[in-house]
Write a protein that binds this ligand. Structure first.
Ligand code: 5GP
Length: 113
């Protein structure tokens, strides 16, 4: 059975996709926590960081470089942004398909909740 994010990649669920390449997809979060809230998702359904393997090294690096690319494309690279990966129950993970959150468009606070 495919994950929610695989269904989004397959266009089975209408989503505002802002970037796509062979390895990943970037789209707007349905419940934004900042003026800009994007998710970068590998097409390979890696469950979470804790379950990634050495064979995923290129994909994992690609997600971060895609964050840089999308930040430039969407015009918030200079003002700044936050990247977040939630992992497991204490990390606040809800969707078991690895995804990198990108939050931008407001000043972030620290520590996070
Ligand atoms: P997590 O809590 O697992 O790190 O993040 C999952 C994210 O997926 C949440 O921010 C949630 O709003 C987002 N999300 C859940 N379902 C959908 C959906 O159907 N479409 C989109 N675009 N985002 C979703």
């Amino acid at each position: 059975m495919s994950t929610l994010f695989e269904k989004i990649a397959a266009r089975e669920i209408p989503t505002d996709i802002v970037y796509e390449d062979d390895l990943c997809l970037c789209f707007r979060d349905i419940n934004p926590q900042a003026p800009v809230h994007l998710l970068i998702v590998p097409k390979k359904p890696i469950v979470r960081i804790a379950e990634a393997g050495a064979e995923d090294k290129e994909t994992l690096g690609h997600l971060l470089l895609t964050a840089q690319l999308v930040a430039k494309q969407e015009g918030f690279a200079e003002k700044g942004f936050r990247t977040v990966i939630n992992n497991g129950p204490d990390g606040g993970e809800e969707v078991p398909h690895l995804h990198l959150h990108i939050l931008a468009g407001r000043k972030m606070t620290w520590p996070p909740g």
